[in-house]
Structure formats: structure tokens, C-alpha cells
Unconditional design. Structure first.
Length: 105
């Protein structure tokens, strides 16, 4: 079974903000690597590809079996994607955050 993974509007904004944050961090660094923001986004997208075939392998987020979180490693930390398995064909990414953030925005 293959699922279609769709970004919510909020998750698309999250992804853009994560890119902007990583870019600014690298611009402010004396040894900044401007490839890191692109690599971070690619790591997130590659991680989300797992959801196309194995969304139930991810940890539950709350009491529903259909709302889950995917841990996406990147560097020393990584990202967390909150998603919902809507039906037998569709997964909606609701939010994406850095692992060091307290919660989804």
C-alpha cells in the first residue's frame, strides 16, 4: 500500500521557516556553510518519504492511532514531523519543528 503525503499550509510555512532559520544561523556564523539549509530541507523530505509506505512505524502522538510523529535525524539533532493518517491513501503533514523546540507552533 502506498500513501500520498500532503503538506498542510501550516507545515509548508514551518518548512520555509526552518530553512530561513538555518540560513540565518549559517550567515551569522564565522564558518557558515550555506549548503546546510538545503541539506536540512532535503533530509526532512527524505524522512517524510518513509510515510509513503510505513506511517504506522512512527510513534503515536496522543490517544489516536492515526496521529503520529516522525523523527527525522539531521546533524547532532533533527526534526519532528506531526502527521495524520487520514485514510488508506492519504497522509497530511500538520507541522514540522526542530527537535529542540518545545512544541509545534
Amino acid at each position: 500500500m502506498t500513501y500520498t503525503v500532503v503538506f498542510s499550509e501550516a507545515a509548508a510555512v514551518d518548512l520555509a521557516q526552518l530553512f530561513d532559520f538555518a540560513l540565518q544561523r549559517e550567515l551569522d556564523s564565522e564558518t557558515g556553510d550555506l549548503d546546510i539549509p538545503d541539506r536540512a530541507v532535503q533530509a526532512i523530505k527524505a524522512g517524510l518519504a518513509l510515510l509513503e509506505t510505513s506511517p504506522f512505524a512512527c510513534r503515536k502522538a496522543g490517544t489516536s492511532s492515526f496521529i503520529r510523529e516522525l523523527i527525522i535525524p539531521f546533524g547532532h539533532t533533527g526534526y519532528v514531523a506531526l502527521f495524520e493518517i487520514v485514510d488508506s491513501n492519504t497522509i497530511i503533514i500538520g507541522a514540522i519543528r526542530h527537535q529542540r523546540e518545545d512544541d509545534y507552533h
